[in-house]
Design a binder for this molecule. Structure first.
Ligand code: MRU
Length: 353
């Protein structure tokens, strides 16, 4: 059984965005219905919906449901409102490229339909957001199949953060080979870094893998070296928020440390992500904007003081793993190996452009 929750979709009447509030997991499964731009922005900012592909899907549906409320009587007026909401949603989080990718897709579709009636344009926006979701499901499945081709039954796998069904609309990215392998009786032993400060690993990855009946063990982030040294890890599988043209990869804070450890111990480090997360317009990792989050996520974790009041905390939400530490980037269009600048470009020339 895979994770069947689609973390961002539409309600039955297709006029509200529905998301499962991931800040409450694993203790409470609460669904939110949203149709105001401010609430959708807040849901992305506060990580109620999170994970690069899921943010993109939520933003696309969000833009659509907000556009339904428009009182505009001309396409020009409607377009102005559409762009205002789009630009506002784009300010919610800076690192995951999928947010901008999905908003661009919606804009391109709008432009394609611009000579139609307002109702037809709205219908097209609905169609585009549903397409983004369906495509993501297919991409996750393909990533899972490519990923599984690199793994053997009974392997020990380490993952960081949550790159599963909750972060996408299907099997996830890094977790996709685990789900597919589980269906084939691979009997993986999965380890999840708990992923401070917001515990996406222990709250979300452990939640969805245990629900699926996959053998999952949570470790604190600082235990990865010991667990690798004990020989329990055969491969590291993580997701990504933005892959630069040279292969440098932004993912949840702590990923680059895991990659450096993996290299030291001779363990393959795989990045798994859809082509929508690869950003050839960003040349290097140093060009990626890293989101800085509230100090309280560290000093006042989950509503209780975990550092003395008044002590400063520094809270970058992501880090960049340099391409040299990455064994392969597993995409929906195939497995890319170094040299990444050349091979990512080839992948896009062949499949995307
Ligand atoms: O801050 P988050 O929880 O949105 O960070 C998520 C990650 O870093 C994931 O690993 C990444 O988005 C890939 S999700 C398929």
């Amino acid at each position: 059984m895979m994770m069947t929750v689609v973390p961002a979709g539409l309600n039955e009447t297709k006029d509200r965005l529905i998301i499962i509030d991931q800040t409450l997991l694993p203790n409470e499964e609460k669904w939110l219905e949203l149709d105001k731009a401010e609430d959708i922005w807040e849901a992305i900012k506060k990580l109620r919906v999170r994970g690069a592909p899921a943010i993109g899907i939520a933003a696309a549906f969000g833009l659509y449901v907000c556009s339904l409320k428009s009182q505009a009587t001309s396409v020009r007026e409607f377009r102005k409102e559409f762009e205002e909401i789009r630009d506002y949603l784009a300010t919610s989080r800076p690192t995951a490229v999928n947010l901008f990718w999905a908003l661009d897709r919606m804009t391109e579709r709008f432009e394609k339909e611009e000579n139609k009636t307002l109702d037809e344009i709205k219908e097209a926006l609905l169609d585009e957001s549903e397409k983004i979701l369906r495509e993501d499901q297919a991409m996750c499945k393909a990533i899972g199949e490519y990923g599984l081709s690199l793994l053997e039954p009974k392997m020990g796998l380490l993952t960081h953060c949550n790159a599963g069904g909750l972060a996408t609309s299907g099997y996830g990215t890094a977790l996709a080979p685990m789900y597919l392998g589980h269906q084939k009786g691979y009997d993986f032993k999965v380890f999840a870094d708990e992923t401070r400060p917001l515990l996406q690993g222990s709250r979300l990855t452990a939640y969805e893998l245990s629900k699926a009946g996959i053998d999952i063990t949570v470790i604190c982030d600082n235990m990865a070296s010991q667990v690798m040294k004990e020989g329990k890890i055969d491969a590291v599988l993580v997701g990504c928020d933005r892959v630069a043209a040279n292969g440098d990869t932004a993912n949840k804070i702590g990923t680059s440390g895991v990659a450096i450890l993996a290299k030291e111990y001779g363990i393959p480090m795989y990045i798994l992500g859809p082509t929508s997360t690869i950003d050839l317009n960003t040349p290097r990792g140093t060009d990626i904007v890293i989101e800085l989050r509230d100090e309280d996520e560290i000093g006042n974790s989950f509503g209780r003081r975990t550092a003395p009041k008044g002590v400063k905390a520094y809270n970058p939400a992501f880090d960049v793993t340099d391409a040299e530490y990455i064994t392969a980037i597993i995409t929906d269009k195939g497995i890319v190996r170094p040299p990444y600048t050349e091979n990512l470009k080839k992948l896009f020339d062949k499949n995307i452009h």
